[in-house]
Design a protein around this ligand. Structure first.
Ligand code: SAH
Ligand code: SF4
Length: 368
């Protein structure tokens, strides 16, 4: 039997093409989007505005398959983490962070990550595979299913950040399809302002994204000079800071009123947190509309990095504010359930055997 198409991962365009191929009218796509994403109905028999014949046809060739939730953890600060089973013995994580009037879901795009940022737990674990569009959007589906609506009838998940496991721009097509579904009014209706993609700096894909899918952009800068950035984000050796910032400028070009870039900067004690770094950072960002988000480093087993002291983070922040930068410090949320930035680990069957190699390297260093 040929595999049935999982309709969960088709955006409007994909569903329209699917229906045309079935000999149906393309407007059916909108009905399906609403059933699947708005009402979260997975059984075609319940889709009552479709004819019985069509429902049976759909049943034969397609399905709405949502991955299984293995575990749900609730933090004392209200943060929730779902560990979701993926084919091939893997699991990924999605995290919901409530704050004031909004609720942000942090979505994963890959099982593990093929990049090797030294301060990131996901990066140290190795890489297995890309998630498909269904597996990406399923994280929002699952969060909505668990959290539903508030007493006023509004969805509890108001914002999405592509900041979970993986580098979203390294899984470009699937991430764009999933984000189309998140943005579509017949899907989740999340405006581009509330949908943010974070990248460690895949320059060519930033340009492509500007053309294909209008979302807010965040970059993981984390260092104000190439020497350090080469070390902690090896991708910088391919796309150095100047190239990355030039791509950011192109991303916001012609749209100054509406767009800014979020610059993420993880605070690593004694590594990138001196006032000279703040000075260099300010200089780098002089003519780019940005908001700087300082992220206290979240430790994970096996790391030698430490988070900068609270006092140093405050000094770093104040220096930048005095220079006229807009700066926030990210609150660490959900650390009691290991759900904070860079702590997401899931269950990665590492195909690159990186974790093993790194453990060996560590042993060698230790014995020297
Ligand atoms: N791959 C993408 C998105 C996922 S990581 C990227 O790198 O941008 C989301 C954010 O968490 C990034 O800014 C990342 O650099 C940061 N991060 C990674 N490890 C961290 C850690 N241990 N503590 C704090 N932030 C971390
Ligand atoms: Fe991958 Fe982002 Fe982690 Fe770097 S910080 S290893 S790009 S997930």
């Amino acid at each position: 039997m040929t595999e049935r198409t999982n309709l969960l991962g088709l955006d409007l365009q994909g569903l329209e093409a699917f229906f045309v191929e079935l000999g149906e009218k393309p407007f059916r796509a909108r009905q399906l989007l609403q059933w699947i994403h708005k009402y979260r109905v997975t059984d075609f028999a319940e889709m009552t505005n479709l004819s019985k014949v069509l429902r049976e046809k759909l049943q034969q060739v397609s399905e709405v398959r949502v991955p299984e939730v293995l575990q749900e953890h609730v933090s004392r600060d209200g943060t929730r983490k779902w560990i979701i089973k993926m084919d091939g013995g893997n699991a990924i994580e999605a995290v919901f962070i409530p704050e004031g009037g909004r609720g942000t879901l942090c979505v994963s795009s890959q099982v593990g990550c093929a990049l090797t940022c030294t301060f990131c737990s996901t990066g140290q674990q190795g890489f297995n595979r890309n998630l498909d569009a269904a597996e990406i959007v399923a994280q929002l589906w699952i969060a909505n299913e668990a959290l539903g609506k508030d007493p006023k009838g509004n969805r509890v998940v108001t914002n999405v950040v592509m900041m979970g496991m993986g580098e979203p721009l390294a899984n470009y097509n699937n991430v764009v399809t999933a984000m189309n579904l998140m943005r579509d009014d017949f899907g989740y209706g999340i405006s581009w302002r509330r949908l943010t993609l974070s990248t460690s700096g895949m320059v060519p894909m930033i340009d492509k994204l500007r053309e294909d899918c209008h979302v807010s952009l965040a970059i993981s800068l984390h260092a104000a000079n190439d020497k350090l950035r080469d070390e902690i984000i090896p991708l910088n050796q391919k796309y150095p800071i100047a190239d990355l910032l030039a791509a950011c400028k192109r991303y916001v070009a012609g749209d100054q009123k509406r767009r800014h870039i979020t610059v993420e900067y993880v605070m690593l004690d004694g590594i990138n947190d001196a006032l000279e770094d703040a000075r260099d950072l300010d200089r780098l960002l002089k003519d780019l509309p940005t908001k700087i988000n300082l992220i206290p480093f979240n430790p994970f087993p096996g790391t030698d990095y430490k988070c900068s002291s609270r006092k140093q983070i405050e000094r770093f922040k104040q220096y930048l504010i005095d220079k006229g930068q807009v700066v926030t410090v990210r609150k660490t949320r959900g650390d009691d359930i290991v759900a904070a930035c860079g702590q997401l680990a899931g269950e990665v069957q590492d195909k690159s055997r990186r974790a093993e190699r790194l453990a060996k390297q560590r042993e060698v260093v230790f014995h020297q």
